[in-house]
Design a protein around this ligand. Sequence first.
Ligand code: HEC
Ligand code: HEC
Length: 391
Amino acid sequence: MRFLPRFAWVLCVMSCTVLAADGLPARARSRGTELPPASKGIPTGKTIPLPSALGLPPVSYPGNNPPTAETVALGRKLFFDPILSRDNSISCASCHDPEAAFSDARRFSPGVGEQLGNRQAMTILNAVYHQTQFWDGRSLTLEQQAEGPIQNPIEMASSLTGVERKLAASPEYVALFAQAFGPGRITYPLVTKALAAYERTLVSGNSPFDRYYYGGDKTAMSESAIRGMKFFMDRTLESPNCISCHNINEAFATFTEPRFHNTGVAYDTATGAFQDLGRTLVTEERKDTGAFKVVTLRNIALTAPYMHDGSMKTLEEVVDFYLDGGRHNQFLSGVMPHLPLTFVPKEQIPQAKKDLVEFLKALTGEMPKDAVPPSHKPQSQASKPALKAKR
Ligand code: HEC
Ligand code: HEC
């Protein structure tokens, strides 16, 4: 019973995305000849280097959307502008709040008309390093992802043509789109390209962990965090085994990996049912039941509540969950720690948990330069860890 509405909207968002993928010429044709021709959709400006930071790999981008100063600035303006929602009440930043490291401090985010979804809005800082987008990976690129929230009836509740029409009525946007993509009609794919170009600049690294591990600064982390890092990186299954899913490698650390895992968060032990089927909604494979994307742990101290359903309020709760082996169910990932844990003597486990939390807190990085709405004055604190803790 409880799955049905949830399942239905995920399918809706998925199918809308598929329909929209090559919808541009069809829409243009069906609307007749009154519209000016669409722009070719390739940014016309000079390609700019994307920001990078200690501990992070270079950012890649699709060949048809090289970043330019104009597309990034336009995407930034759109990201903070409620014009993308049906009633001009909600912007991307309403749910991905820079004050909360581009996540939502609320368990579920209210959309247009205060409607609530059933998944937590994760950070989009460093989202560019994820090979798929969303908790179930249903979008493959940031461009494709950006179609979802606009059309989702419980998020921005708009339509692609509605957004195109509103933007076309704004002389300011008409000029900005022309500067970014050349003159022509504003089409939705251009909106997604600009949003994605901006999101590719939202990288955050150079955390105490990066300075310690990659920068050679042995004073950057506390003794406790260093012990926590060692537990985190212990690959035996009788250890927390965090690194097997949240990757750290020799040159950089994304704290994610392409596979999806069932850790048991969605499993309801009382009823034996899954509150959210997760990856199965996309692959329709039984083995993916209750599996979710391995999300990044960067800036994790600033992005509570945790997990796809926002069910854990603190990092202590998360660490307890893992050290109890997750929530057992028939689809539980074989990579989850196996009980009993042998990585430290039993009496030292409370300290080990504290150390792991200290390590997670050392993953708070620097805020990217353009992390504020364009109307803000340039900030002098742009490169210090300006993120405000939200609890
Ligand atoms: C009403 C709240 C809401 C609004 C508005 C919203 N989002 Fe989200 N966003 C979410 C939620 C919730 C998720 C996770 C949903 C899921 O995985 O099923 C999400 C996921 C994402 C992700 C995936 C990140 C990852 O690591 O997988 C990206 C990127 C993103 N949103 C960008 C945007 C952009 C761009 C906009 C504006 C066009 C936007 N969002 C508007 C709530 C919102
Ligand atoms: C089997 C793979 C796996 C292992 C091992 C693992 N994780 Fe995770 N982690 C995940 C997945 C998948 C999620 C998302 C789960 C969900 O929301 O249902 C996640 C989510 C999290 C989150 C919440 C992220 C957020 O933005 O809400 C934290 C914090 C976390 N893991 C920390 C750890 C720590 C610390 C360890 C080691 C003790 C660890 N993980 C071990 C796969 C793993």
